[in-house]
Design a protein. Structure first.
Length: 292
């Protein structure tokens, strides 16, 4: 029962943060990208182009049409490879884009400096998408096209997704002009870099190897005060030949300062190696079955 409660809480947390993430992404699109016709890939980029060709249909409505079509196409060609959370996030993004674009009049940037639109639009959209990705969500869209092409042409999905998004940016040049297309391509590049940067900040953990004469005191603080696990590795000093205990610890990056401060006060002469870890999976961290 306890594990079930934890799993439900984890699911609720992921849906809440995924919703916050797609809402931030929608604000970035509505405030900065859509008013300036910046088709920065994804279903939103295709919708911006189609809105240019068929202006009577709003961008948010086009996104509904595109995503419904892509999910059906993906189901037929790829199979049941979409979680409910992915479907939820894709249509939540549609909902918020339509809400902020037509119903709630949020301020929109329509200045002449498109670089500002690209920069601040990417800040909001990329942070939002990174939050959604960190909570095992995907916003669908061109991800589905990339999965289909990857399956039939055996290309890496990351490369395929970039090519699909770049194609959307290039088509924006035909729908608008070359200047708009170049800004769209720039937005796609910055978006990918920013998402990676934010994800590293959200997920990055660290591992520590601690060699100290006061291993027990340091271990006690880690186990009891921080409620983190630790492993004692048996080793031998190459120079001294003495048997030593090496304390091996995995922790979140924000906890690193606390451990270093504790070591500094308990044993200033301790030898410490800190290594960044892209993922730490298992008890106390992210579950391995939650990694996409």
């Amino acid at each position: 029962m306890g594990n079930l409660e934890i799993d439900i809480k984890e699911q609720v947390k992921e849906y809440v943060f995924s919703t916050i993430g797609v809402m931030l992404t929608a604000l970035g699109l509505v405030i900065f990208f859509i008013p300036n016709n910046i088709a920065a890939g994804g279903a939103s980029g295709i919708a911006v182009i189609l809105h240019r060709l068929f202006s009577s249909i709003p961008v948010g409505v086009w996104m509904y049409v595109i995503n419904i079509f892509l999910f059906i196409l993906g189901y037929l060609l790829v199979g049941k490879d979409f979680s409910f959370k992915t479907i939820y996030s894709a249509f939540a993004l549609n909902f918020f884009v339509d809400l902020f674009d037509r119903i709630i009049a949020v301020p929109k940037y329509t200045g002449e400096d498109l670089m500002l639109a690209v920069f601040f639009g990417n800040v909001l959209a990329s942070i939002g998408m990174a939050i959604a990705f960190a909570n095992n969500s995907s916003t669908g869209g061109t991800d589905i096209i990339a999965k289909i092409l990857s399956k039939y042409f055996h290309t890496p999905i990351g490369t395929t997704l970039l090519m699909v998004d770049f194609s959307v940016g290039i088509f924006a040049g035909f729908a608008f002009n070359a200047r708009i297309a170049m800004y769209a391509l720039l937005a796609i590049i910055i978006n990918g870099i920013t998402i990676d940067f934010v994800l590293k900040g959200l997920e990055l953990s660290a591992t520590m190897m601690i060699i100290s004469k006061k291993t027990d005191e340091i271990k006690k603080h880690i186990l009891e005060t921080m409620e983190r696990g630790a492993t004692i590795l048996k080793a031998q000093g190459a120079y001294s030949g003495k048997e030593i205990d090496v304390l091996y610890v995995a922790l979140r990056r924000r906890e690193l300062g606390e451990v270093l401060n504790v070591i500094k006060h308990i044993d200033p002469d301790a030898f410490v190696i800190v290594t960044e870890a892209r993922y730490v999976l298992g008890e106390g961290f992210r579950r391995i079955d939650k990694v996409v």
